[in-house]
Structure formats: C-alpha cells, structure tokens
Write a protein that binds this ligand. Structure first.
Ligand code: PAF
Length: 304
C-alpha cells in the first residue's frame, strides 16, 4: 500500500492503472475510520481491481470552526487499518495541496441542498460537492462509495455526477449499525459514555416511526411517534425529525399506497448530545429492518 498526498501524483497513478485496464474504486473519507468505512472499502474491493481511500478533513464543509478543530484525526491508525484491509492507495492530501493559493471554484448544489441539513449548515454541501468533485478528478475513480447514513450527501453527490457528466458511478452503501442500532459515525467517539448510551434513542425512534407508519397515512403522526422516543431521553436535544421523499428529499404530504413501497420514503433525524451532533435515517417501509431486536440484539448487519 502507498500513501500519496499530491493530487498530481494521484492522477498519474490512476492513469497508469487505467492504461493497464484496471478499474479504480474510491472510498472518500475524513478519516477516524470505523466499521462503516471498512464495509465501504470491502464493497469497493468487490467492485473494482484497485481501491483508493481518501483521507482529508475538508475545511470547506465545516461551518462551525469548533467542529473542524475537534474532528478526530488518528491518521496513523487510519493508514494501518487501510493496509490491513488491502487498500492500494491512501490519498491523504494537505489543505494546501487541495486548496492552493488562488483556488476559487466551488460546486453549488441545487434544491436538494436546501432541506434537512442545508438550512442549519450554510455552505456545507457546497464544500462537500467541491471536495468530492476534486477527489473524483484526482483519483479518476470508476466507482465511488458513500454511506447511506449521510443520505442527503449521497443524493446530492449522485445528482452532481449526473448533472456534470462525471464518469464515476456513485454507489450508496447500507448503514452499518452498532449492537444497539446506533449508526456508526466518526463523531460517536466524541460522545461521553452516558451520551453514547443515550444515543441509542435515535435508532429506536426511527424504528418506532416505521412501526407507526404501518397504521397511519399522516407523516406528522409518524414524526410525532419518533419525537416521543427522543423527548423521553433527557440527554437528547432534537434538531429535526422529518419524513422525506427518497428522490427529491422534499416533504411527503400523505403516505399513500405508492409511497409504501420500499425505497420511496425515508425518515431522518438530527439530534444533539452535548456538543456532538448525530444524524441518522432509514427507509420507512423496508420490512427487513424489523428483523432482530434493536435494543438487545448482537451487532447487526447493515440496513438500508
Ligand atoms: O462523508 C464524509 O466523510 C465527507 O463528507 C466526504 C464525502 C469525505 C467529503 O469530505
């Protein structure tokens, strides 16, 4: 495994691999790798002959300086984990290499960026799209794998790739969850032990909502049932809970028969525990997700 920091060197390596007929799978990350990232790497390895993991804490996508400063950066552990996972290249550029003096271009999302995470995090998706466009350019990836935990990000990146005629296929990988259902996230390590325990209320709330959705066509009732679970947890401060269209990310007025097919409607939430903000989402009508017991089950497989 090699570590490359220069975008020019990264492009040169990608050109050689493509010239030899090998495909390249990219897993874009900001480091602090966990089991969710490892699942993305395994997915990339199944799809492509070469796997690149990018590790770059992208300053453009942080709208709170304290969040950028406190973002975990265990680079040596991350590189070792990539080597164990059989990754070919860790692409770990510096900020100066990604955004040299004179850098000025930004990729701006359309209306998909105006909902959920958008209003509370001005500039966030612009920063994400700009860096993802640069990572796709530097690695010349045939496939790029993103986790569905950041569902809005996945949807916006997919739209960008289509709108800008980018060559890479964008793949959404199912969310990987801890034994209590909490979605794996680099931010989880910043939770205190008691907040980590409390955070299990998020997946429980989303499952409660999915159960409620079986008996009502009113999304407000579904959201209310999630809020009951979240409000019962004193450590949790809920920013939003929303039922949304999986394609447009817009609100859903009624849950009609068509909406009840898996893949069409999701529920998402953003919840604070102290100064740590967690997000999660799930398909509202994917029946397989009810398998197993969220509260007590062993480590669960991925969900969608
Ligand atoms: O999801 C992330 O870790 C980041 O937003 C990404 C896609 C690596 C861009 O910085």
């Amino acid at each position: 495994m090699r570590t490359i920091s220069s975008p020019a060197e990264m492009r040169a390596w990608a050109r050689t691999e493509h010239a030899s007929g090998r495909t390249i799978g990219l897993v874009p990350t900001m480091g602090a790798l966990h089991g969710g990232h490892m699942a993305l790497i395994a997915d990339a390895a199944r799809r492509c002959e070469r796997v690149v993991v990018s590790i770059f804490v992208n300053p453009l996508q942080f709208n709170r300086p304290s969040d950028l400063d406190s973002y975990p950066r265990p680079i040596d552990d991350d590189v070792a984990a990539c080597a164990r996972a059989g990754v070919d290249i860790v692409f770990a550029p510096t900020s100066a290499e990604m955004y040299p003096t004179g850098f000025q271009t930004r990729v701006v999302p359309g209306p998909l960026g105006d909902v959920m995470e958008g209003p509370g995090r001005p500039g966030h998706f612009e920063g994400v799209m700009t860096v993802v466009a640069k990572l796709l350019g530097a690695t010349n990836a045939d496939v790029a794998i993103f986790g569905q935990k950041d569902y809005q990000q996945l949807r916006i990146v997919t739209q960008m790739a289509a709108d800008l005629d980018l060559d890479a296929e964008i793949v959404g990988h199912p969310i990987v969850r801890d034994a209590d259902g909490l979605a794996l996230s680099s931010r989880n390590v910043r939770l205190s032990a008691s907040d980590r325990n409390a955070a299990g209320c998020i997946p429980r709330a989303l499952v409660a909502a999915a159960e409620t959705a079986l008996t009502t066509s009113d999304p407000a009732v579904v959201v209310a049932s999630a809020r009951v679970v979240l409000d019962a947890e004193p450590a949790a401060a809920t920013e939003y809970v929303t039922v949304f269209d999986a394609e447009t990310l817009g609100p859903v007025d009624r849950l009609d028969a068509v909406d009840r097919a898996p893949g069409r409607v999701r529920i998402g939430a953003a919840v604070w525990f102290g100064d740590v903000r967690l997000i999660d989402n799930r398909d509202l009508f994917d029946r397989e997700l009810f398998d197993g017991d969220l509260a007590e089950g062993p480590a669960r497989g991925p969900d969608r």
